[in-house]
Design a protein around this ligand. Structure first.
Ligand SMILES: [Zn+2]
Length: 479
């Protein structure tokens, strides 16, 4: 096949050559997105959307399993409402899109297109929470939000994106803390066990936390190019929103108390992570558990009598156990091989006249491109097992990469040298002073990713100022 068919598939830039261009080529060639007519917006195409749906379905199931209900809140936020929490509005102000007119009429008050919906939920909670019996209130919404970003890239940073945002209200600080951690665990589960992406877990520094939160917990993952990507955050909001929005309840003694709140979200960014963690120079590699199509049947010499009939019969048989499809178009098999490698479909099933004669098929796994011959009678046992092997292999490979790309630095010279020559995560001690954090960012462009739950002591002194260290921080250049 090789040469002759290559012309049918447009080439993508090698990731070693230009990682950013490779990413752009893959999202386009794998037909995940197209650009919207407003700069920085994206059209998520059917294949990209099917991936998002699988992520969403899994997460939605777990959000409901943990006791939350889905709701839909409005797209617009009155300016006066948005400004009620000072830190919060300052955090978002530069990115807010405003509606000033309804038809020809200028509005008496500007309306923000939601950048996030904390304040809408707060207003609702202030009206609907009265007694300790109303708590906890556990809501989630699947929605689109708008943030007027200056530089944009599909999935990673776009003017409008899709996400879920959880908003909960609790009687006590401990209950809110438990919720914050619980939802981080849910995110960890989905990202590690379904997207096959290992994560670092920890707390954000004061500088990097969500505007208005008491603290922010985060999962951070490492991309193939050694840059980090924040993959999900869960915020303990404390009582600051409750104080500003007057969200109180009467406790069991009839005493008025402020509620303790949380919010948490993951976005279509996760698709960006998926691309940059598992993809290669042939395109996407989708972990089987979230792959819209887990196995693609490509008939060989399909014009020969009986081949297509057998291939359809095979599809009907496998529909029971995996998400399977068949390409019976008149394109060359070589074109189809390239196309489904580009789309990252975990397994390709080849079936031609010779295979039919021998009552076998050829399975080609996308992650390693290894081929194996499997007799038709064993396919029902072998195929699901192979999919699990691929799932595990993708996770193991990503974890090995993350470990290999994690270094220790004890002074700024080491820090800069490692970041320059190797990239990845840098573990370094920190004194806790924001001045050091800012200096590191200024001198290296690396930001603090998280203060890991699992603390180690890699040195006694702060990597930046040399004063006594308080805690270990993971640093990296990030998307
Ligand atoms: Zn310091």
């Amino acid at each position: 096949m090789g040469k002759k068919n290559k012309q049918f598939v447009e080439k993508i830039t090698a990731m070693e050559e230009d990682f950013a261009q490779w990413y752009t080529d893959v999202v386009k060639q794998a037909e995940l997105v197209d650009y919207g007519s407003v700069r920085g917006t994206m059209i998520i195409k059917p294949y990209g959307h099917a991936i998002w749906e699988n992520i969403r379905n899994e997460l939605d199931r777990k959000i409901k399993e943990t006791g939350h209900s889905n709701v839909s809140f409005p797209l617009f936020i009155p300016e006066s409402l948005l400004q009620k929490e000072k830190d919060h509005v300052e955090g978002f102000a530069p990115e807010v899109a405003w509606v000033t007119h309804g038809g020809d009429e200028e509005l008496a008050e500007r309306l923000a297109v939601r950048p996030t919906s904390e304040v809408l939920f707060c207003e609702y909670y202030s009206k609907n929470i009265h007694s300790y019996r109303d708590l906890p209130m556990l809501y989630n919404q699947w929605a689109n939000v708008v943030r007027w970003e200056k530089t944009t890239r599909p999935f990673l940073r776009s003017l409008e994106f899709y996400w879920q945002e959880g908003h909960t209200a609790h009687a006590t600080d401990e209950d809110a803390a438990e919720e914050t951690r619980k939802m981080l665990d849910v995110y960890t589960d989905v990202v590690e066990n379904y997207l096959a992406i290992p994560v670092l877990r920890g707390r954000k520094t004061e500088k990097e936390k969500f505007a208005g939160a008491k603290y922010t917990l985060t999962i951070e993952s490492l991309m193939h190019d050694g840059k980090a990507l924040q993959s999900g955050t869960s915020h303990h909001l404390g009582t600051s929103f409750a104080e500003n929005f007057d969200i109180t309840y009467l406790d069991e003694n009839g005493k008025s108390q402020y509620v303790h709140q949380t919010s948490w979200g993951v976005t279509t960014r996760l698709i960006g992570a998926l691309i940059m963690v598992h993809g290669d120079n042939r395109g996407l590699v989708i972990p089987p558990r979230i792959a819209p199509i887990q196995a693609m049947i490509v008939p060989i010499a399909q014009h020969k009598e009986g081949v297509l009939d057998k291939a359809y019969a095979l599809r009907d048989r496998l529909t029971e156990i995996v998400r399977v499809d068949i390409d019976d178009s008149d394109k060359m098999p070589g074109w189809k091989f390239n196309e489904y490698e580009m789309k990252g479909i975990p397994v390709r099933i080849e079936m031609g006249p010779k295979d039919i004669e021998k009552e076998q098929v050829v399975l080609v796994r996308r992650d390693t491109l290894e081929k194996e011959f499997v007799s038709l009678s064993e396919l029902e046992t072998r195929l699901p097992k192979l999919l699990e092997e691929i799932q595990q292999n993708l996770y193991d490979k990503a974890l090995a990469h993350q470990k290999e790309m994690t270094s220790v630095a004890t002074n700024m010279e080491e820090f800069k040298e490692t970041l320059e020559n190797k990239g990845g995560f840098i573990k370094a001690m920190w004194c806790g002073d924001i001045a050091c954090e800012e200096k590191i960012k200024e001198e290296t462009t690396a930001t603090s990713r998280c203060i890991p739950f699992e603390q180690e002591k890699v040195a006694d002194t702060c990597v930046c100022c040399g004063k006594e260290a308080k805690e270990l921080v993971y640093w990296a250049k990030a998307y």
